[in-house]
Design a protein around this ligand. Structure first.
Ligand code: ATP
Ligand code: MG
Length: 383
């Protein structure tokens, strides 16, 4: 007998010819996740198992954050000997009270009892040993699962995991990562669909300081926990912002700034091999996030721009930020480059066809290439 973690994955992505590839990526990602705490990972009979970990709670935490994993259960692995199984079930149910049900599952048809018989017999023994339990087959508080596969597995707790698609199966994208609440959440939403991210951050020293930079790296680290590391591009943006401030109408400042961010981000994204950009915009949240403004922002790039938060309210975004543990870092009060030259009366319905004229006084290409060339790359690891 030994303790293992039983890992369930979704079935949605497992149809068709891609199944072996998805499963291989998922199993490798579970291996990477448990590596720091020691753990042997294998796949058998539509389940992934982890054994030989040195800390169960840490193992649960790590594996339940692997995208593609739907739930995990701390389980006991046993020989397919009924007496041994029944005794272990009695032991496992000792701390519980209330209602329960035994759910038998026999995949190995050579086992002498069928699923129903297993459930009945074990249910009886558990009841006899624990007077605090009652059977309820319809809405039990606890479900004792007894599965007869290549070995026997029993478990009672099922912990919900992140779900989604295995990291790396959705391609690559570049996240425009500010220090705010929204962009880390936007990145998370795409990571959940299996997309490998790099992050791009625009900084404007001396208007933005070291603390603001550290904050962004801290956020990148939180996201990197899910992906096993992340490349962060730190773009020097002061010169672009000063030129825009000096040469363009104040009320269009934010919008033109956003257009420069997109142009620079697209080039860096190509360097990373990404096929799309991701931002944390939500429709109508601020002047630069109206439909007209977003049209002006998108007009300067050819890559698709994913905005997974476009239809969410701020409170909904904040809830996700709390859940993925980026919120407390995001609300630390440091300047972001966007708050440096905020116009008093930003335009909310800009016309995309007037933009090139507005940018005429700027040497767009020179500013963009210089920012790209002077960009620093920081590799953030997951630990
Ligand atoms: P966030 O909470 O993500 O900062 P926001 O509501 O403050 O978003 P804006 O400041 O208009 O909105 O920025 C919109 C999006 O542009 C951000 O979600 C982010 O993707 C990107 N962005 C803004 N500032 C930066 C920056 N300094 N570096 C990288 N990306 C940025
Ligand atoms: Mg912001």
């Amino acid at each position: 007998m030994r303790h293992v973690l039983l890992v369930r994955y979704g079935e949605v992505f497992l149809k068709g010819a891609n199944r072996p590839h998805f499963l291989k990526v998922l199993t490798d990602n579970v291996k990477k996740a448990v590596k720091p705490i020691g753990g042997h990972v294998w796949i058998s009979d539509s389940r992934i198992y982890v054994s030989d970990f040195n800390d169960l709670d840490a193992c649960v935490d790590r594996v339940s954050k692997v995208f593609g994993v739907y739930s995990v259960s701390p389980a006991v692995e046993l020989n397919k000997d009924f007496e041994e199984i029944a005794a272990a079930c009695v032991e496992m149910m000792k701390p519980y009270s209330g209602t329960f049900k035994v759910q038998g599952k026999r995949s190995d048809k050579k086992f002498p009892m069928n699923s129903m018989e297993i459930a009945m017999e074990i249910g009886g023994r558990v009841l006899e040993a624990n007077p605090n339990l009652k059977v309820d087959v319809h809405t039990p508080q606890h479900r004792l699962m007894v599965e007869i596969r290549d070995m026997a597995y029993i478990c009672v707790e099922e912990i919900k995991a992140v779900g989604g698609m295995p990291m790396g199966t959705g391609g690559k994208a570049a996240l425009l990562l500010s220090g705010g609440i929204d962009s880390p959440v936007a990145g998370y939403q795409l990571m959940k669909r299996g997309v490998k991210l790099c992050a791009i951050h625009f900084q404007s020293p001396p208007y933005t300081g070291e603390l603001a930079k550290d904050k962004v790296l801290q956020l990148a680290k939180k996201l990197a926990y899910y992906s096993g590391g992340m490349r962060v591009y730190m773009v020097p943006f002061t010169k672009c912002q000063l030129e825009i401030h000096e040469k363009c109408p104040e009320e269009l400042g934010t919008l033109i700034t956003r257009r420069f961010m997109m142009r620079i981000a697209e080039r860096l994204a190509k360097d990373f091999g990404a096929l799309a950009l991701i931002t944390g915009e939500s429709l109508g949240q601020v002047a630069s996030q109206t439909m007209e403004a977003l049209t002006c922002t998108d007009a300067v790039v050819d890559m698709p721009v994913f905005r997974p938060l476009i239809g969410l309210d701020k409170t909904e975004i904040m809830d996700i930020a709390v859940r993925i543990d980026t919120y407390d870092t995001s609300i630390l009060p440091y300047e972001d480059c966007c708050t440096v030259f905020t116009p008093r009366h930003p335009v909310t319905k800009p016309k995309v066809e007037t933009m090139p004229k507005v940018e005429e006084k700027l040497d767009v290409e020179a500013l963009v290439s210089e920012a790209v060339e002077r960009t620093e790359v920081v590799i953030v690891d997951a630990e």
